[in-house]
Design a protein around this ligand. Structure first.
Ligand code: SAM
Length: 242
């Protein structure tokens, strides 16, 4: 689902062939796969062994070797200056200590290396999450709308500030809007817990109010066009000074 945004980030980075690339919080390896397909010497890390298994299976079809490793993005097991570029697509903002994630990216980049960090512009995230957030806003206007991110970084100034905090020089923040394929209306009714069960708001709701919440999200989904749910990523780029 993040592939369209990873494709955009990869094109924007415009790295030379054979670049040494790290994908921090690789998940199912969306960016990692694109990088390997394009000839980069890429490796991905994620702290979820299940995600790493999926990413490794996916990359095995593209290139040999162990390309996905279980690792904490807040304490990377790589020496300084190991990579020409380090990406984190919708990753570091979920870490308990996101700035530690930014700092580790800065540490493992070589002088002149490129950092690419993608976040969602919307505080609720992207795709179906936007509809669930809107449903929460409508049904429970007095409650703060929950966000799954530890910190948002969802503006140029917030991203630039984080880069500067870890000694990187901000280069640009690109706004990338894509249509996220929408699941059918019934999916919203059946999967409210999957999509929102992590939130304090969900935990406070009784069964009736959870059902009403799922119905509200499904009602919003009725208005979606076949194109899907337009969702915007901010792709921040920064360089390590030489
Ligand atoms: C929203 S997913 C994004 C995955 C992928 N980068 C993509 O664009 O599809 C966030 C990922 O961050 C990983 N993650 C969360 N905290 C982490 C940490 N401290 N270290 C490494 N990975 C982490 C999760 O396991 C998950 O795979």
């Amino acid at each position: 689902m993040t592939g369209l945004y990873c494709e955009a980030a990869w094109q924007l980075a415009a790295l030379p062939p054979g670049a040494r690339v790290l994908d921090v919080a690789t998940g199912a390896g969306a960016l990692l796969s694109i990088a390997l397909q394009d000839g980069a010497d890429a490796i991905g890390i994620d702290f979820s062994p299940g995600m790493v298994r999926v990413a490794q299976e996916r990359t095995a079809a593209i290139r040999t070797g162990e390309r996905a490793l279980v690792m904490d993005g807040q304490a990377l097991d790589f020496v300084e200056a190991s990579f020409d570029a380090a990406f984190s697509m919708f990753g570091v903002f979920m870490f308990p200590d996101p700035i530690a994630g930014f700092a580790e990216i800065a540490r493992v980049l070589r002088p002149g290396g490129l950092a690419v960090v993608a976040v969602w512009e919307n505080a609720g995230g992207a795709g179906p999450a936007i509809l669930f957030q809107e449903a929460a806003r409508r049904l429970f206007p007095d409650r703060p709308v929950p966000t799954p991110m530890a910190r948002l970084f969802n503006s140029t100034s917030l991203l630039d500030q984080a880069f500067r905090q870890v000694g990187l020089e901000p280069q640009a923040v690109h706004s990338v809007e894509r249509a996220w394929p929408a699941p059918p209306v019934e999916w919203f009714r059946d999967n409210a817990k999957l999509a929102f069960g992590w939130s304090p708001l969900w935990r406070d709701l009784d069964e009736d109010r959870r059902a009403a919440f799922a119905d509200e999200a499904a009602a919003l989904a009725l208005n979606l066009t076949p194109e899907g749910i337009r969702s915007t990523a901010l792709i921040g780029m920064a360089r390590k000074s030489r």
